[in-house]
Design a protein around this ligand. Structure first.
Ligand code: FEO
Length: 392
């Protein structure tokens, strides 16, 4: 394939990974992904903005076959899906320098074992002239690593945002066409990657108000010609209050917890609360992460395995804790046969969730009348608390 023109002398030279199904050996990629790299050819100098995952280096170097010189490789982010092909690019262009933040230099030197003399570090707001084109570097720490920056091409008003505003979506479309699909993919990406850093992202969103943005060009997924679409979506995810939603990740082994979940869900729905339930025996963890973006409450359902929570439930709780969603309330429901410390163990796994803990409901064996009454009370408490806080 030929480089795909975005503006005169600005091209997409990335790779679409249709077949990748897991990122970080953890995050499901139901729709594959892309690694977007961009070539900016000025009247005097040429810059390559980010590279591609090392598994697809040949695709990038194929695009560069007719490019005699690259003077700068702009490394917005050190993670290997964007930086991993830098050594091969430098091998082809031995005089090229890697432009990054001071922290980016540390990260890249460690991850890629690159020599000191290869780097140019840039300060926040510093510019680099390519002749008739100017790159401005905007330090943007914690999207989602500490070394990250964004690169703004002033003359064309393009923001090369790296992971920020990205989506794991393999497509032949250079730009977003189907906004519904793009919203879903970008929200999934935000939930899995960006949500823990939303305080930093809020600051970056504020700062970007000072920039005219004709195109937002992330490092994953299609580009945004309508910048307001993705900016508004991010504002919603970062700033909006939680919704009248309970997220219920659970598992059941012999049916007791299942029965509790079904009863509890009906009790919540009857009180006007939306429930998103995820049976962890086969759920897509990305869907669970997305649900956590908006939910006011999470109730974890678990049977007892060897005195503790089911390992799949423990894993989901660990993930929810790491993603730091804006949950306001949490609780636990579940069952045991002969003894359980599941509640204590689960509670100890979610210290990052700054949420009020509501009384758990744990049944010995199949839930009896008292257990069902306790589930009703928990549902009533949740509905009332959501109403008190104005969650709609
Ligand atoms: Fe797409 Fe943080 O790498």
């Amino acid at each position: 394939m030929k480089p795909r023109a975005i503006k005169p002398n600005v091209s997409w030279v990335g790779a679409v990974d249709w077949d990748r199904r897991l990122f970080d050996a953890l995050i499901p990629l139901p729709d594959g992904t892309s690694y977007n790299a961009y070539l900016v050819q000025g009247s005097q100098k040429v810059a390559l903005i980010d590279t591609v995952d090392p598994s697809m280096t040949e695709i990038l170097t194929g695009y560069l076959e007719d490019v005699p010189a690259v003077d700068y490789v702009i490394a917005n982010h050190g993670e290997q899906d964007h930086s991993g092909s830098i050594p091969r690019v430098l091998a082809r262009y031995p005089d090229a320098k890697v432009v990054t933040t001071p922290k980016g230099k540390d990260v890249l030197a460690a991850l890629l074992r690159m020599p000191e003399g290869k780097f140019i570090t840039v300060t926040d707001g510093e510019t680099l002239s390519l002749g008739d084109k100017t790159l401005e570097f905007i330090h943007a720490p914690w999207v989602h690593w500490p070394e990250t920056m964004l690169t703004y091409l002033r003359e064309e008003r393009i923001l090369f945002a790296c992971d920020l505003f990205g989506s794991h979506l393999a497509t032949t479309d250079l730009y977003v066409i189907d906004e519904g699909q793009a919203y879903e993919a970008a929200k999934r990406y935000y939930a899995e990657i960006m949500m823990p850093f939303r305080t930093s992202i809020e600051k970056h969103l504020q700062r970007l108000k000072d920039y005219e943005l004709d195109i937002i060009a992330p490092s994953h997924g299609p580009l945004h010609k309508k910048a307001s679409f993705i900016l508004q979506a991010y504002r919603t995810w970062v700033l909006d209050p939680p919704k009248n939603v309970v997220v219920l990740p659970y598992i059941s082994m012999h049916g007791s917890t299942q029965k509790m979940v079904e009863y509890f869900v009906a009790a919540l729905v009857g009180r006007g609360v939306t429930v998103k339930q995820f049976n962890l025996a086969g759920t897509d963890l990305g869907k669970l992460a997305m649900a956590l973006v908006d939910a006011a409450t999470m109730v974890i359902g678990t049977p007892t395995v060897l005195v503790g929570p089911h390992p799949h439930v423990a894993s989901a709780a660990f993930l929810a804790n790491a993603l730091r969603p804006g949950l306001q309330f949490v609780s636990i429901i579940g069952s045991y046969g002969w003894g359980s410390k599941a509640v204590e163990q689960l509670a100890g796994m979610i210290p990052n969730l700054k949420a009020q803990v509501l009384d758990p409901v744990i049944s010995k064996g199949l839930p009896g009348e008292e257990d069902l009454k306790a589930l009703d009370n928990l549902a009533k408490t949740i509905a009332e608390k959501h109403k008190e806080r104005g969650f709609a």
